[in-house]
Write a protein that binds this ligand. Structure first.
Ligand code: HEC
Ligand code: HEC
Ligand code: HEC
Ligand code: HEC
Ligand code: HEC
Length: 242
């Protein structure tokens, strides 16, 4: 320690970047301070790499969807005829409809697909994806076990009709442009909680410059929109946890 302290007082001969003697007060041992800052930065960077890159990579496991479903293709009237509705959101309700009692049907059952994909012997197109649909599900009359990206834990009560019809909130606000997808996004399951990355969001830090509801859907995110839309009365525990 003593030696270092001495050497920092000597004016630098080799012209390196150490500051000139006398510039900093004597009690501040500048070389040691620079070293400490250096160690701190190395430690900080290592912690950030572990926390933001390694931890998320280990935390999530990839799960395959049963088959691909191409939203963009089915919503293109030049390719698929018979999805009723003028505007985009009317087309959604051909498959994602509200039942008479106001409950949301969610992901359509196989019967919706077989309105068009009815005969395993004569597919509508020529792709291997459709063949897969025909042989594995239509021919055997089995439901397709889709994984739901936005699935909340069972203790959470969420109703689409309140948000879509009464709140007049567009599907894209919460789900992003999901219906523009040709390929299903990768489903990443959180090993600790069992639900998908869409709930916690892609950024483990939880920090976004301009956060949208479609970025993540934790309890605070639901409440944030309620507050913004003047719906504070819906931020009482029992409203979302019945
Ligand atoms: C021909 C039927 C069909 C139509 C029309 C349709 N969808 Fe879908 N949708 C599906 C199927 C099947 C799935 C399940 C597979 C998947 O995740 O893509 C799905 C899944 C979704 C999901 C994923 C939910 C989750 O969290 O996993 C969203 C969001 C969605 N659709 C939005 C829309 C919107 C918005 C429209 C209208 C612009 C629309 N869909 C039109 C069949 C359809
Ligand atoms: C209104 C009729 C209609 C409905 C309902 C429908 N499809 Fe299709 N689907 C088509 C047509 C037509 C094609 C072929 C388009 C082409 O290849 O040009 C197609 C193609 C496909 C393909 C191959 C897509 C690709 O990327 O090559 C798959 C898989 C598929 N549909 C799955 C489904 C599933 C699952 C459902 C039920 C949720 C469904 N379809 C509902 C008309 C329909
Ligand atoms: C205010 C945000 C919000 C809006 C707006 C919204 N959703 Fe959702 N959606 C959610 C949440 C949250 C879930 C998960 C619900 C749960 O697991 O209880 C979900 C689930 C779904 C699912 C999967 C349901 C299942 O079978 O489990 C589909 C499909 C879906 N939404 C489609 C749509 C469509 C289509 C629209 C527009 C008509 C829409 N959503 C509007 C937030 C929203
Ligand atoms: C983009 C804004 C937005 C987001 C995100 C949102 N909400 Fe809401 N929520 C609303 C609005 C607006 C209403 C009031 C609708 C009305 O009654 O007019 C509402 C009402 C509710 C209600 C009371 C109506 C009912 O069905 O009893 C519940 C419960 C609720 N939200 C749960 C949730 C949960 C759970 C989430 C997150 C998974 C969520 N909301 C995310 C805007 C939002
Ligand atoms: C606006 C809707 C909303 C309100 C209000 C709300 N919660 Fe939640 N809560 C959620 C959602 C969505 C989740 C699941 C996502 C998450 O873990 O953040 C959740 C998760 C939880 C969990 C973790 C359960 C699990 O299985 O992971 C607890 C505990 C909880 N809430 C307690 C409360 C308490 C206590 C209050 C009142 C102070 C409250 N919540 C108010 C929406 C809400």
């Amino acid at each position: 320690m003593k030696n270092r302290a001495n050497s920092s007082k000597r004016p630098s001969q080799s012209g390196d970047a150490s500051p000139p003697a006398g510039f900093f007060p004597k009690w501040l041992n500048i070389n040691v301070a620079i070293q400490d800052v250096g160690f701190f930065l190395v430690g900080l960077i290592a912690a950030l790499v572990v926390g933001w890159i390694i931890f998320p990579a280990v935390l999530y496991s990839k799960q395959a969807q049963p088959i691909n479903f191409n939203h963009a293709l089915h919503l293109n009237p030049d390719k698929v005829d018979g999805i009723e509705g003028e505007k985009k959101e009317e087309k959604c309700s051909f498959c994602h409809e509200f039942r008479e009692d106001g409950t949301f049907a969610g992901i359509p059952r196989l019967a919706k697909c077989t309105e068009c994909h009815e005969d395993p012997g004569s597919p509508l197109g020529e792709t291997p994806e459709e063949k897969d649909l025909m042989t594995r599900y239509v021919a055997t009359d089995q439901q397709i076990p889709w994984l739901v990206y936005s699935k909340q834990p069972d203790c959470v009560y969420f109703s689409h009709i309140a948000h879509v019809n009464m709140g007049k909130i567009a599907c894209d606000t919460c789900h992003g442009d999901f219906a523009g997808n040709e390929k299903l996004p990768l489903y990443l399951e959180n090993r600790l909680t069992g639900y998908s990355i869409n709930i916690w969001g892609k950024r483990i830090s939880g920090f976004y410059w301009n956060k949208k509801p479609s970025d993540r859907m934790k309890m605070d995110d639901c409440a944030e929109c309620h507050t913004q839309m003047g719906q504070e009365q819906n931020n009482a525990c029992f409203v979302c946890h019945k």
